[in-house]
Design a protein around this ligand. Structure first.
Ligand SMILES: [Mg+2]
Length: 281
């Protein structure tokens, strides 16, 4: 790889860098390598920024984060990427930008439709932290982090499928889309994990215009497909159940093991191929 080329690693969390017990222990060798080589590690997840911030700190990454499925971009001051962040607002030690629609706007439209049409659904905005904990199985501290959202709203739909389609059609007029997660239906704007990836790459490109950034993206599920397709190197992390995704990218690498262990193996392989085996020493 020429001196002007640098790797930029963008990763999904659950089922990719994190295993079933939310541990990344098995990825320590690769994370250590990224840090030693100064390769940025960008977390890109459906989680909220409060949830991701804690993980990023413990992993020791100060790169930008893409939260809430692309709806929010957070740039830590420590990254040094933003000097005059006109379109960002300050939140703690981060600059944040809502890249999709704001949660306030989404809630105002969804709740007005519920009022007018009598749709049966409940969401995080209707619940206390204790109720969020009850509905999600999270601890109360974690539920409070999951509540601090800016660009998406998870709801439980309790009405018919036909009425859900009508609700979806009405929201679409305002640019709001519905994404089925595990149990929850997520109301969100047009931004996604792919647009978040492109935005982060642009920040690096602007800060270091001479560098040719080679994006490595890692993901395991359908909502990672578009993110993998804007990367130069796409890594598919397999899982035991559910369909395997097949992204189109200049280079596609299928990890041979699920979650964290597969993530570790794939990142070390890419470093070896792109930088050289000496980088692993
Ligand atoms: Mg995942």
């Amino acid at each position: 790889m020429s001196a002007k080329k640098k790797l930029l690693v963008v990763t999904d969390l659950d089922g990719s860098l994190l295993d079933d017990s939310y541990s990344w222990e098995a990825a320590r060798p690769a994370l250590h390598c990224l840090k030693t080589l100064g390769i940025p590690l960008v977390l890109n997840s459906s989680k909220t920024i409060s949830e991701m911030k804690d993980l990023a700190h413990r992993m020791g990454t100060f790169a930008p984060m893409v939260a809430e499925n692309g709806g929010l971009l957070a740039v830590p001051q420590e990254s040094g990427l933003l000097d005059q962040p006109k379109t960002f607002q300050r939140m703690g030690s981060d600059w944040i930008q809502i890249t999709g629609l704001s949660r306030d706007f989404i809630l105002s439209r969804a709740h007005a439709l519920r009022e007018a049409q009598g749709y049966l659904f409940e969401g995080f905005a209707d619940w206390s932290d204790a109720m969020v904990a009850e509905h999600t199985g999270l601890s109360s501290g974690a539920a409070s982090c999951a509540q601090s959202r800016y660009a998406t709203e998870p709801i439980l739909w309790e009405d018919t499928l036909a009425r859900r389609k009508a609700f979806e059609g009405s929201l679409a007029k305002d640019g709001i889309r519905l994404l089925q997660g595990g149990r929850f239906l997520h109301l969100m704007g047009p931004a996604d994990k792919a647009s978040g990836t492109v935005a982060v790459k642009a920040l690096y490109q602007r800060a270091m215009p001479d560098v040719e950034w080679l994006v490595v993206a890692l993901g395991d599920s359908q909502n990672d497909q578009a993110m993998l397709e804007v990367a130069n190197i796409a890594v598919v992390i397999p899982h035991a159940d559910g369909p395997h995704i097949s992204p189109q990218a200049p280079r596609v690498l299928n990890a041979s093991m699920p979650a964290t262990a597969g993530w570790n193996e794939a990142v070390l392989t890419i470093i070896k191929d792109e930088i050289g085996a000496s980088a692993l020493k």
